[in-house]
Design a protein around this ligand. Structure first.
Ligand code: ADP
Length: 453
């Protein structure tokens, strides 16, 4: 999950939880308040019921009529029962319906706690201790709080809607908010993504406000500074070392050439040939390393419009010279050919190095099986695909073969130094192009180059 989604989710959940908790508290308080109000009405009704049934004889007709009039305004589903406690204190529970025989509640009543309530089957029940001149009674009254229940159901649905709306609204607001908060971080990421080994001299924009993002950009710039220095030292070292080694190597090669002409026996000639071959290999590595350090110094880069098909043809001619038996076939995508067809932005010499490298690999690692080159043009880019039917590249090597001196696990039977592709990657990166390698072991490899037009 992306960080901004995480922030948005946490924010939304916290807000929903707070509103949800408040809603639950409001619901519980309203419920309690309704119940208390209904209980006081039940108490009133229980007293009235006692007066009508037990004190009729003691009241004047006016008082009695008033009470009866009140009595007529019944509560919903109201029913009352009167239990007379006999001289021995026995309570006739059997006079009550079984559901209402709440013995512990009834037994807890006395002069001090003269009324108790219970909720039985969604009905409110009041048990009133009623003492008069005819004896001690318990008035039991049951009723349903319809209005209260309706109010409560309404409040409940309102609170649920409110909680859901809070979830939706805070969700949207939180996403916008997280985007806004993280936009400077996104900007920093975009700037960092543009920095690579050849643009180490670039720096992040520094925020004016001295906050954490300012610290982050500043620290990153300091890191770039240190990296740039050590990278530059390393480049200089490779450049100087390659340069210094070139002269003695040229002398070794020249001496080996001279010795080859001398009269030596077969065994000695073999050794001299080996010295010559290894010195040649070393020279090739040094040349490529020098080329890499040259390419990395992008100040010396000149970009012109060049015809990729001409570069490819030149690379083919070069490779055919060293491997005349190779079968190389060039095909073009069928398209209307304009003057600028297959023209791309690049540097002819460097592109030649790249195509020669990839093509000679295709020939070398496929034991002279046919190699196909397909040239096409798509979306403002020129594409060259070089396809062979050779040994292929193991999956675990695919990501690493662009590293300097890395050679695939299955390539040791062929001579090589592992620097050609590294140089090709650097050149193509610098030309704002891309290299894609698809390969299957024992089936073959396709290297696709794409360059801006
Ligand atoms: P090398 O001198 O070893 O050929 P490169 O840098 O040109 O060096 O290539 C690096 C590695 O990539 C090679 O050692 C090889 O393992 C692998 N490779 C490159 N091209 C091919 C190909 N067409 N077929 C199989 N393996 C390849």
């Amino acid at each position: 999950m992306k960080y901004r989604h995480k922030i948005a989710l946490i924010f939304t959940l916290i807000c929903t939880l707070i509103i949800g908790s408040f809603s639950s508290i409001i619901y519980v308080l309203v419920n309690k308040h309704n119940q208390q109000q209904f209980h006081s009405r039940l108490e009133e009704r229980a007293i009235l019921a006692g007066q009508v049934l037990l004190e009729k004889d003691e009241l004047s007709s006016g008082q009695y009529n008033k009470i009866v009039e009140k009595q007529l305004r019944k509560l919903p589903k109201e029913i009352h029962y009167i239990l007379r406690i006999d001289e021995n204190g026995e309570i006739p529970f059997e006079n009550l319906p079984p559901a209402l025989q709440a013995k512990p509640v009834i037994l807890s009543l006395n002069e001090h706690l003269d009324i108790a309530y219970k909720t039985i089957n969604d009905q409110e029940v009041a048990y009133l201790f009623y003492d008069d001149n005819e004896g001690t009674h318990i008035v039991v009254i049951t009723a349903k709080d319809n209005d209260g229940d309706e109010d409560l159901a309404f409040i409940q649905s309102m609170l649920i809607v409110l909680t859901l709306l809070t979830f939706l609204i805070t969700g949207v607001v939180a996403i916008l908010f997280a985007n806004k908060i993280l936009s400077p971080v996104k900007k920093i990421i975009q700037q960092v993504q543009k920095i690579n080994s050849s643009t180490l001299d670039e720096r992040l924009e520094i925020n004016e406000i001295h906050d954490q993002l300012y610290e982050l950009s500043k620290t990153f710039n300091e890191l770039l500074e240190r990296l740039g220095t050590s990278f530059e030292n390393q480049k200089q070292f490779i450049h100087h070392a390659s340069h210094e080694l070139k002269t003695p190597l040229t002398v070794i090669l020249a001496q080996a050439e001279v010795l080859r002409e001398q009269l030596f026996n077969e065994e000695e000639k073999k050794s001299i040939d080996q010295i010559h071959a290894q010195a040649e290999k070393l020279k090739h590595i040094l040349d490529t390393l020098l080329e890499i350090s040259f390419v990395e110094n992008k100040n010396k880069l000149t970009i012109q419009k060049i015809r990729i098909d001409e570069v490819v043809q030149e690379a083919v001619n070069f490779c055919l010279k060293s491997s005349p038996s190779s079968a190389i076939r060039i095909t073009y995508e069928e398209q209307v050919i304009s003057d600028h067809y297959l023209e791309c932005n690049g540097n002819e010499n460097w592109l030649l190095i790249v195509v020669q490298n990839i093509l000679s690999n295709a020939i070398k690692y496929s034991n002279n099986k046919p190699v196909g080159i397909h040239i096409s043009e798509t979306n403002q880019r020129v594409k060259v695909e070089i396809k062979d039917e050779g040994i292929g590249i193991p999956r675990e090597d695919l990501e690493k073969i662009g590293n300097t001196f890395y050679r695939g696990k299955n390539s040791s039977f062929k001579s090589g130094s592992g620097v050609g592709l590294a140089l090709s990657y650097k050149i193509i990166n610098l030309l704002n192009g891309s290299i894609k390698i698809e390969s299957e072991v024992e089936k073959g490899t396709t290297v696709s180059l794409s360059l801006p037009k």
